[in-house]
Design a protein around this ligand. Structure first.
Ligand code: AMP
Length: 212
């Protein structure tokens, strides 16, 4: 299955993508995680992207498109993948069409802005493997330590209140138009997010027609 998960920042895309990836045995490809890794490793892409991320802005389309098309040509993507955070603009979605990437679903995770602002402050991420956590909704077994790899949990630099509002505004302006784009193509699968991760996963599996 080839799918993209769309939705506002902090809406649970990464968490649901991770769960689906394990269930379906296909890779979870998060453009945000690839970019944060590039920043940590100080690559050329990382150096350019750093300022955009810190400001809550999107990284320029051509850089992200190039990065994703390289990643999708790797062997583990042959049987499908879950794109998390890509495409995020109409030009990115159109570029996918041009390269010949055909999706089976565009999953639209619906979460209201008020819920997002509440949630993002408690979000944590493993510095080593990027696994997502939340102090209240998805805490690790041991405070501040990743259950999966033992790495230290950190708060992302762009999860501060001013940047959160900026990212939400960018989402509404630049990413939300993709909902209409995929609806027209007959690929849109709407999933209304619930309070708990498990309940949201149930909704997601149902709209994708995957057995729980
Ligand atoms: P995320 O982890 O998906 O919330 O992404 C974090 C940040 O990475 C975003 O706020 C953007 O600055 C950048 N980013 C991630 N994916 C994309 C994309 N498809 N296009 C442009 N910028 C992106």
């Amino acid at each position: 299955m080839k799918l993209t998960i769309m939705g506002p920042p902090g809406g649970g895309k990464g968490t649901q993508a991770e769960i689906l990836s394990e269930k379906l045995g296909i890779p979870h490809i998060s453009t945000g995680a690839i970019i944060r890794n590039a920043i940590r490793e100080k690559t050329e892409l990382g150096k350019v992207a750093e300022g955009y991320i810190a400001e809550g802005q999107l990284v320029p389309d051509e850089l992200v498109i190039d990065m994703v098309s390289k990643r999708l040509s790797e062997a583990d993507c042959e049987n499908g993948y879950i794109l998390d955070g890509f495409p995020r603009t109409l030009p990115q979605a159109q570029a996918m069409d041009k390269i010949g990437i055909k999706l089976d679903f565009a999953l639209n995770l619906i979460v209201p802005d008020e819920v997002i602002v509440d949630r993002l402050g408690g979000r944590r991420e493993c510095k080593v493997c990027a696994a997502p956590y939340h102090v209240k909704f998805n805490p690790p077994e041991k405070d501040g330590v990743c259950d999966k790899c033992g790495g230290v949990l950190i708060t992302r630099a762009d999860d501060v209140p001013e940047t959160i509002l900026q990212r939400l505004s960018v989402y509404h302006k630049q990413t939300e138009p993709l909902i209409g784009f995929y609806k027209e193509k007959g690929l849109l699968a709407d999933a209304v997010g619930r309070d708990s991760i498990e309940d949201t996963t149930k909704v997601v599996l149902e709209v994708l027609g995957v057995k729980g």
